[in-house]
Write a protein that binds this ligand. Sequence first.
Ligand SMILES: C[S@@+](CC[C@H](N)C(=O)[O-])C[C@H]1O[C@@H](n2cnc3c(N)ncnc32)[C@H](O)[C@@H]1O
Ligand code: SF4
Length: 374
Amino acid sequence: MNKLGIYIHIPFCERRCKYCDFTSSIFNQDRMKEYLDHLLLEIKNNEELLKNYLVDTIFIGGGTPSLLSVEDLRRLVDGLAGVINLDENNEFTIETNPNSISEEKLLAYRELGVNRISIGVQSFNDRLLRIISRLHTADEAREKIKLAKKYFDNLSLDFIFSLPTETISDVIASIDTASELGATHISLYSLILEEGTKLAALVERGVYRVNDQVTDRLIYRKATRHLESLGYKQYEISNFAKDGCYSRHNYKYWSMDEYLGLGMSAHSLIKNKRFFNASSFNEYFDDVKKNIYHDEENLSKEDKIAEYIIFKLRTNEGIIINEINRKYDINFEDIYKEELKKATDEKLLKKCDGRYFYTELGRDLANQVEILFV
Ligand SMILES: C[S@@+](CC[C@H](N)C(=O)[O-])C[C@H]1O[C@@H](n2cnc3c(N)ncnc32)[C@H](O)[C@@H]1O
Ligand code: SF4
């Protein structure tokens, strides 16, 4: 049976962080109930498809899934369990915020089969947390992480660097604290100044400055080396894991493996099709009732190969020549002879042991490499 990853989106947050433009609105229990009803209907709609797959990763993301009450989460997980074949060796992640973690919820997560917890921290510096409008302090995050670690060995923490006024020492200090608290996985994202966010407006008005690309890349390189020195092996541009604790679910995205996305704005990749759900409640509710997707796109073989190259290059493994040849029945080095020559001549890609992967420079200039392959 083919393997499948499942992503479930929970589009609610207690407050919007100044930098964020993910699909999410302010938490409201009635709206959550209504949303859950439609999510469960969407799960049912997919019953036939799910019979053909063995689900080996589940990722409940957001927004803020830890805002789900224990009762609501149980309803969701039970609904899912009724229609999937779950691999015994599965990875089941829930994304959380320090504010909404509690011992009661952690116990329920474990009982419901969650075996990996991801906590959004962003920084352990109170000045920075205030600037980006997080609802927790560094101390509160520390306490909740300690609590979560009691229940979950596999603990991932999210950070953003290049926040306004943040120095390299602030980034290193946050990484050190994450390591001391026993994180097995760290995601370290460079701040994206998303159009329409409060932070973008503040930068526009000159209240804050953001790092130029050179400074951003310098911080990235230093932070990457620091993470490696603490035993966090980089396996993707923004992701680092100890002892092989990489995110199996996210790895599916970078390998173009099949996944089903459920909930508002979720994406799916099944065989040669990408499906998209709507990003507004009403449109999503209507589509689910009609059992249709908001949009879909048929991927040609060429589209799939181009996407595979771009995604897989994000990983440290890179493109394994034998693997891509087998997967798409092609001769990779023949088809992309000129592109590969240009990228290797310019020291953006390196070939070694039957693989092509980014050099440090290539990773900094990933956009330039991607353009070669589309
Ligand atoms: C979809 S969010 C959900 C996590 C959770 N709600 C939280 O904030 O704690 C996943 C992660 O994306 C990252 N992220 C969100 N917006 C970003 C931005 N504009 N630039 C860089 N990283 C961002 C943050 O690190 C965040 O923890
Ligand atoms: S970063 Fe997380 S908590 Fe903040 S608005 Fe985005 S999804 Fe919500």
